[in-house]
Every structure is written in C-alpha cells, then in structure tokens.
Design a protein around this ligand. Sequence first.
Ligand code: SAM
Ligand code: SF4
Length: 335
Amino acid sequence: MIENSKILQDSHGRDHTYLRISLIERCNLRCTYCMPEEGVKLSPKSHLMTYEEIFEIAKTFVNHGVTKIRLTGGEPLIRKDIPVILEKLATLPVELSITSNAVIIDKFIPVLKAHGVNKINVSLDSLDAEKFKHITRRHEFEKVYKNILLLVKEGFTVKVNAVLMKGFNANEIIDFINFTKDLPIVVRFIEFMPFDGNKWDMSKLVSYAEVMTYVHNAFAEDNIERIQDAPNDTSKNYKITGYKGSFAIISSVTNPFCDSCNRLRLTANGQLKNCLFSSGESDLLSALRAGKPIEPVIKKAVEAKFKVRGGMDTLKKLQEPKLHSNNRSMITIGG
Ligand code: SAM
Ligand code: SF4
C-alpha cells in the first residue's frame, strides 16, 4: 500500500472498503423502477471500461484497502467477457460477489464457482408470474424462480432483493417471508428509491415501519426474532422462529444507514460515485487512459462525500425532483 493509504477515508471518518462495479448499462429485463420506459442513453462502447481497465482500477482500490467487490449492472452476466473479468478479479485479495436478475445465471454456475463467487444477490419483486412480467416488462419469472432454487441447491449464499411498491407487491410481504420457511435464503425488502425517470413518489413507497406492521399482524410476537446485523450492513435483519431463511429491510429512504456507509460505486463508463444518491461523478477512466494516476481523483471524490444521502439529508429534500433528477437512472449506476 502506498503512502497516502487513507485515500478511501472521507471527511466524516468513514473508511470505504467495499466497491461495487457496474459492468454494463444494458439489461435483459426492463424493471420499471430501474429503467425509464423510453430506455436510457447508452454510452458508446469505446467509453465503457475494458476488462483490463476494470482490473487496473479495481487493483488500485484493493491496494488502498478495499476488501469486497460486488459486480452489478445493468445485468452483469450479459457482458460477453464476464468469464475473463471474473478470472482477473479473482486474482485480487478480495471477496468477490455478484448481483444479478438470475435469468441466465444457470449457465454461469461453473465459472462463478471456479472464481470463488459464493454470494449472489438476485432481484425478484413478485412471486406471481404475471406481476413479475408487469414490473420487468419481460416474461422470465419461471427462469428466475428455478434459478434461485438451483443456486441454493448448488450451495451459493443467496439474497433475494424485492423492491416494494404500494398497490403492487406490498400484499406479497408475507408470501416472501414464507418463501424463507424451507429455503436458507435472505429476502430483503428494499424501499423504493428515486432515480432519474423512475416516476418515484413517496406515496408508492412501503416503509420499514409498514413492513413490520404486516409482519406483526401475520406472526405471533414470540416468533419474530430480530437477528444481528453484520457490520456495515444496510439492512435490519429478522427471522421467523423455525424458518430456514430470514428476511431484512433496506430502508434507505425512511431510515438511512449512512453513518456506517463503506461503499463506493464505479459505473460501467468508469465514473466513481461516492454515493448512490449523489449526482456527482469523478472520471477515473479518462485519467487512466491519459496515463495519469487515479489516486488523486479517488481521494478528492471520497473526501467530498456528503454525510447523508448525497446531501439529501431530509425526506423533504428527497422529495424535491430537482435534487435527484440530475442523478442517473439506476440501470446506469449499478445498484
Ligand atoms: N440486474 C441486476 C439485478 O437486477 O439484480 C443488477 C443491477 S440492479 C440495478 C441492482 C439492484 O438495484 C436490484 O436489486 C434492484 O432491485 C435495485 N434497484 C433498482 N432500482 C431501484 C429503485 N428505484 N429503488 C430501490 N432499488 C432499486
Ligand atoms: Fe435490469 Fe436489474 Fe434494473 Fe431490473 S433492476 S432493469 S434486472 S438492472
């Protein structure tokens, strides 16, 4: 590690040890909360990081203290050179994981295993095939459902992410929890977050408190166990006594967890984002291509990180469209 080893510490004393790398801006699904109906303006291919550039940038972060890398997108598995990316990143001393919609993940089980990827997060917003089609604008429920079961059978640690929305899937909260009865998975309910073009409004959001009301109405008090959250965990974790799996709530809107945030994000076109909610970006790829050191750019970007949600520290600010509509759509950030 070189001298300025604190380049990943921000001005609020938070050390950043977790890097999420988006590999691609495209996807084989079209989730309404993630991608605007009209699509997104894609970066020209020449503006996207090559696998060599991904590796170089990742190596710099690891040299400065990153211990976890999660690959995301868009859909990371539709990138053609994903096997090479995994192979290269697996040479770094990090925990490597992936977030996928799991539509084609069955084809990648050997390569994921070969490169030590054990932790897989899968998006699934409904257990009903028709509703799945409505939210993803694609008819792939069966594949995703079967692939979740397959991943568990193959020994992967699986977390299922469900973005909750009123009038759409809030009535499935208990079905999702019952999905963990015989399956050792974690179902994570995510509060719907505002990004460019996703027609967010607070009234669609199902809050942490509301999820817990559903839970308390469905299960006896003694059977609802609060379980230990991992350090830097973004979720509040629970389980129902006797169930093999557990459930959690990611409450970025009503209960942000910014105090313990250790995450940075690298977009597929090589821009560093110091916060999911921040519209600011720092161009690592141009610096790398110009043969300049990227550490000073990283240091400046990390130092500038806001204490809470990219500066939107109140719900009132979060509800002002002009404050979050300069941000990218989630599909081009990498969730
Ligand atoms: N395609 C992969 C997938 O769907 O898992 C990886 C990329 S996706 C952008 C990563 C995560 O972001 C998913 O779990 C998705 O549910 C979440 N996400 C996208 N838009 C969101 C929003 N507006 N609010 C909350 N979570 C969102
Ligand atoms: Fe694709 Fe994932 Fe976004 Fe859905 S949430 S459109 S699967 S990137």
